[in-house]
Design a protein around this ligand. Structure first.
Ligand code: SF4
Length: 295
């Protein structure tokens, strides 16, 4: 089904209702993510099945430390993103702002070909990862449905930035097919999400709460970026939020604190590993599992 979902209108302007940007897309243009457009008053998704990376990875690289540990996972990358993080570590495939200037390299694959690749490599799960998968919801729904039919688990690695405020939302459709997820919670400031990342804190928190309430195995990652989110106060707020979600039915939400390195448009020095370890130690007072990474 490469019929666009959540794109409505049919005249000169098409509205996209997938994520909180709610883009109004003019004829001949694309929304902010660069993946969903308007051609002659019809919603288009030209990157349906466009795969920019395909690899077998250790599942711990997602990072997921408490779901099928020790297994290898077929991992798919996509094109574009609905956030604009200036420190993005995958910016060559995520920052697709103008399709007319050319897409990243990749190839089109059908959901059936993805499943065949997973079966060929004995992969017990498939990860939708590397850049933002959720803006390709149509492909994800098709691929995830087929994967489930073959007993393959679906793993989502995402910024959690699509509408998630109720059980009929786009997020609920995807999460119903998701076995495990690692969601980025990039900071705990609405202002930073809005002004620096082009996103929305509340939506990400809603996504995390919805995933947890739907029984998805959930782990959360925060890339600790100097001068962006590295105050004790802000990181402690993230830990407290995760503890509050975890307390609703006592399933653990492992938190991954990962070190940043300078990339894309952010030049601050690398995260201090000692700072990361101190933050993790404090968080362990209220969370069951806290892991440091990239150090
Ligand atoms: S998914 Fe893309 S086109 Fe749709 S509202 Fe979000 S940024 Fe805009």
């Amino acid at each position: 089904m490469n019929k666009p979902l959540f794109l409505t209108g049919g005249s000169d302007i098409i509205s996209c209702e997938l994520c909180p940007h709610f883009c109004k897309i003019k004829n001949g243009s694309f929304g902010l993510c660069g993946a969903r457009g308007n051609k002659g008053g019809i919603g288009i998704i030209p990157f349906y099945g466009f795969i920019t990376a395909l690899a077998m990875d250790p599942i711990e690289k997602k990072p997921l430390y408490h779901f099928k540990p020790g297994s290898q996972i077929l991992s798919l990358g996509f094109a574009g993103c609905n956030l604009r993080c200036p420190f993005c570590q995958n910016w060559h495939i995520s920052q697709l702002t103008d399709i007319s200037k050319g897409a990243p390299s990749g190839k089109y694959m059908k959901p059936g070909e993805i499943i065949s690749a997973a079966l060929k490599h004995n992969s017990p799960s498939i990860a939708y990862t590397y850049s933002e998968p959720l803006i390709h919801i149509e492909f994800l729904l098709d691929c995830m449905t087929l994967a489930r039919k073959h007993g393959i688990a679906n793993v989502l690695v995402s910024n959690g930035s699509i509408c998630a405020n109720n059980e009929n939302s786009p997020a609920a459709e995807i999460l119903a097919l998701t076995s495990a997820a690692n969601i980025d919670l990039k900071c705990f400031s609405e202002e930073t999400y809005k002004k620096c990342l082009g996103g929305n804190l509340e939506t990400t928190l809603d996504f995390i709460k919805l995933a947890y309430s739907m029984g998805v195995h959930l782990e959360v990652t925060t890339l600790v970026v100097p001068d962006l989110n590295d105050s004790d106060e802000e990181l402690d707020k993230i830990a407290a939020f995760l503890a509050s979600v975890e307390n609703t039915d006592k399933r653990a939400i492992p938190w991954h604190l990962t070190a940043y390195h300078p990339d894309y448009r952010w030049n601050a020095p690398r995260t201090d590993p000692a700072f990361l370890r101190r933050t993790a130690l404090r968080a362990k007072n209220i969370l069951r599992y806290v892991h440091t990474g990239n150090v």
